[in-house]
Design a protein around this ligand. Sequence first.
Ligand SMILES: Cc1cc2nc3c(=O)[nH]c(=O)nc-3n(C[C@H](O)[C@H](O)[C@H](O)COP(=O)(O)OP(=O)(O)OC[C@H]3O[C@@H](n4cnc5c(N)ncnc54)[C@H](O)[C@@H]3O)c2cc1C
Length: 436
Amino acid sequence: MAHNFDLVIIGGGILGTSLSYFLSYLNKSKTIAVVEQAPNVAFHTSGRNTGKVHAPYLYNPDKKKMFAKAAFQGYDMWKTYSQLNNLPFKEDGVIEVSRDSKGTKVLEKYLKWGKQNGLLEEQIELLSKSELKKSEPEILCDAALCVYKDASTDYSILTKSLMKDSKQNGIKFLLNTKVTDIKKENNKWKIILNHEHEIFAKFIINAAGGESIDIAHSVDIAKNLTDVHFRGEYWKAPEEYYNLTKRSVYSVPEFPDYPFLDPHWIIRVDGTCEIGPNAVPVFSPYGYRKTENLKEFIPKMLEMLGSGARKAIFDKQFQELAINEIQSSMSKSSMIDRVKSFLPKIDADKITEKGTAGIRSSVIDENGKFVPDVILLEEPSSFHILNYNSPGATGALPFSVNIINQLNEKGFFVNEEGDSKCGPWIFSEIVEKIAG
Ligand SMILES: Cc1cc2nc3c(=O)[nH]c(=O)nc-3n(C[C@H](O)[C@H](O)[C@H](O)COP(=O)(O)OP(=O)(O)OC[C@H]3O[C@@H](n4cnc5c(N)ncnc54)[C@H](O)[C@@H]3O)c2cc1C
């Protein structure tokens, strides 16, 4: 193993691997490694999500410009990349339903945002209940926003393909390798792997998903922030429900501050259907099982009580929602009933198999408030990406370009060829599209 690297990326999720992909074209003479503790890339959240490539209709073009642009460009980039490499990408659209007139007002707002964010007239339309009935007779709603430019994929397959390309261009992937300690030594980072080996890096990028806060804390950054983890669980629908709808169905969030709480009716890229996710509070970014949560319960509680998360834990609305979600984990029908409210044909008794759960880590500030946006923190020899949540997988490619461009502009990690070709794209053209 080479012991000295110009750059080490911590985390082989879709974000760390997308960063490695572009850097593999732009910085050919640099030595770069991605360190991933799991046996493969996209082993955690990036390979355990809903698999939707989202069109940007949920994002306020003024307040969430970056998310909207990343989703808009990400859609086209994944489409191009998938076609080029023969990977799954199905333009199957999504329907967002409202259950009352208040919800319909929200859909009207989404329609406006979608168009402002670049969707064309033919890619998004608001249908009345009776109009929707003609194509989707099983859906019960007040109105429905049909977004034809929305797609399904398998982000695990896409991430593995990016790793293959990156490796061909010289990036090293250290799998089954956990960063267990980081220290500054003689102007370099000394990174301890699996408690025993050490490597050195001039620069680190922290793309460690649910552990990114811990990595930042370990180098004395973002000490005012903490995080809470939510397990999103899914139930697999039986085959007899595969043709219940033509498109996946989402519903207007009941609690706009917690938009990840409402489970959807999901048609996956392989045609199978699932219900989910919910958002059950857990004590670890890998808290898929009871044993892991029990092990992490005391350290996580102590961390939360000593930080801004304490205020969130004692917030009444948060407590009520958390109890609701825990209930939805313990009782299948409690989760399925939420989807039944717009797809009444579903019978919880016929749904018996669990899907693959994924964990979302949300950052909380010192006032106990959930931070709605991604947080980018830089210091002279490290860059940290925190709170990188939905639609993180959709936006990973353009978002990575944006980060690399930001680092280049500051002279942190200057690319050798300003106008490099990165796979099917020209780097500067993507930068322009995101900035423009
Ligand atoms: C339930 C759910 C559904 C979602 N659905 C969608 C969707 O349909 N569409 C969409 O666009 N987005 C979706 N998202 C969001 C999206 O999945 C995430 O934004 C994205 O996967 C985050 O990628 P990441 O690379 O930052 O994190 P991760 O995938 O978590 O990757 C971080 C990696 O860092 C590694 N790591 C951490 N610490 C260390 C360490 N110390 N040493 C070595 N390695 C380390 C971890 O093992 C992990 O593999 C969903 C999220 C959830 C939870």
